[in-house]
Design a protein around this ligand. Structure first.
Ligand code: GTQ
Length: 379
């Protein structure tokens, strides 16, 4: 018989389970196991932790260490063989679900000029963030988007999408971000390959930015009721311009500097139901205060260099590095330059946390964050 203690989660705190094993109780627990049942008090303190216990660990993925390996995949497999030629980011605490952090997946996809991946669709929501190269494009439900560095492009759940690089382009690398682990956890993931393997371009190229990127204007003849943003592409130029203007007229947040969310222009909400994204600007020398909140966050350094302190560990980053902040981990960010601004792209499951009333946040205090009560009450 295995030597398993049923009382290993005991806590000597009023209101918590605190039942010591006895031979009679252990025999009783074994009988319950045979009936596919169990006594709650043997697991209660584990399944109801006092506060979120992330299985993810803070990780920094340095681009200059990964880049050669990503490029090498080009000579090892074709996009046709691989489906998608991607090197994914595997958080040591989340290998079992192939997540970069929490329930979020991320990978680096490389494509050479003239290559393209077949059209597919799935229940997971996805996006790309372009890291390097010229000539990349994505087609989403017949809308073709041309892409450049730091452009952010949506491939919402249920849409047919394919990616490629024009034959007169250069090798391109972009970050894919998806909620695959979340959708799998919810046991709701479907996947389909397009019957023709590729889709036709059915609209003028870049029509989504033409129609929907007026900063405070919406087209009158174009109703939109889908649950994701009709603006599929958020270009770097106007994004950076908006951040610079915001940073010039506002202090922003002491915890995040000048942070702006990418939004669905028709309702101001997140770009997709499960995935939110933001770009934040840290002014020269800016060092934010530490805080923590629920939700899982994956950052990519879009511009500049600096460092973040995550759960007391310092991670020095530079352009194109990627790092994660697990749920409820204290974090602060610092721009390492006294003359240039730094920009951090970030995607997260914040829309899920907010929609389900699970968002909480807490400022770091000098008692080491020992207090259990969060600053914001449960929504
Ligand atoms: O192109 O939608 O990196 O389905 C992993 C899974 C990209 C995609 C990935 C995917 C995609």
């Amino acid at each position: 018989m295995q030597d398993v203690r049923f009382d290993r989660y005991r806590e000597d705190v009023p209101g918590r389970a605190n039942v010591a094993d006895t031979p009679e109780l252990v025999a009783y627990y074994r009988e319950l196991e045979r009936l596919d049942a169990g006594a709650l008090w043997t697991v209660a303190n584990k399944i109801e932790p006092w506060q979120p216990q992330s299985a993810s660990v803070p990780v920094l993925w340095q681009y200059d260490r990964l880049r050669d390996h990503v490029l090498r995949s080009v000579s090892l497999v074709t996009p046709e063989q691989a489906g998608r030629r991607v090197i994914y980011l595997a958080n040591p605490g989340r290998r079992d679900v192939s997540a970069a952090v929490g329930w979020l997946y991320a990978g680096l996809q490389v494509m050479h000029p003239g290559e393209c991946a077949s059209t597919h669709r799935h229940s997971a929501s996805a996006f790309r963030f372009i890291m390097e190269g010229r000539g990349a494009y994505t087609i989403v439900d017949g809308h073709k988007m041309t892409l450049g560095a730091n452009d952010f492009v949506l491939t919402p759940n249920g849409t047919w999408h394919e990616h490629g690089v024009a034959s007169d382009g250069t090798p391109c690398i972009w970050q894919d971000g998806l909620d695959i682990p979340l959708v799998n956890a919810l046991e709701a993931n479907f996947y389909e390959v397009h019957p023709d393997l590729h889709q036709k371009v059915e609209h003028p190229v870049d029509d989504s930015t033409g129609n929907w990127s007026g900063t405070a204007l919406l087209p009158s003849e174009m109703p939109w009721s889908k649950r994701y943003s009709p603006l599929f592409k958020y270009e770097w130029g106007p994004t950076y311009e908006s951040l610079r203007r915001y940073a010039a007229t506002s202090d922003g947040s002491p915890y995040d500097g000048a942070l702006m969310h990418y939004v669905n222009p028709t309702n101001g909400g997140p770009v997709m139901p499960t995935i939110g994204a933001s770009m934040q600007l840290l002014r020269p020398g800016e060092h934010t205060k530490a805080h923590r909140h629920t939700g899982s966050f994956l950052y990519q350094v879009a511009k500049g260099s600096g460092f973040s302190v995550i759960e007391g560990r310092r991670f020095d980053w530079t352009e194109r590095d990627i790092f994660c902040v697990p749920s409820w981990a204290f974090h602060e960010h610092a721009n390492g330059s006294a003359t240039d601004d730094a920009c951090l792209f970030c995607f997260s499951d914040l829309p899920v946390m907010k929609a389900l009333g699970l968002y909480r946040e807490q400022a770091f205090t000098d008692n080491g964050g020992q207090q259990r009560v969060a600053v914001t009450p449960l929504a």
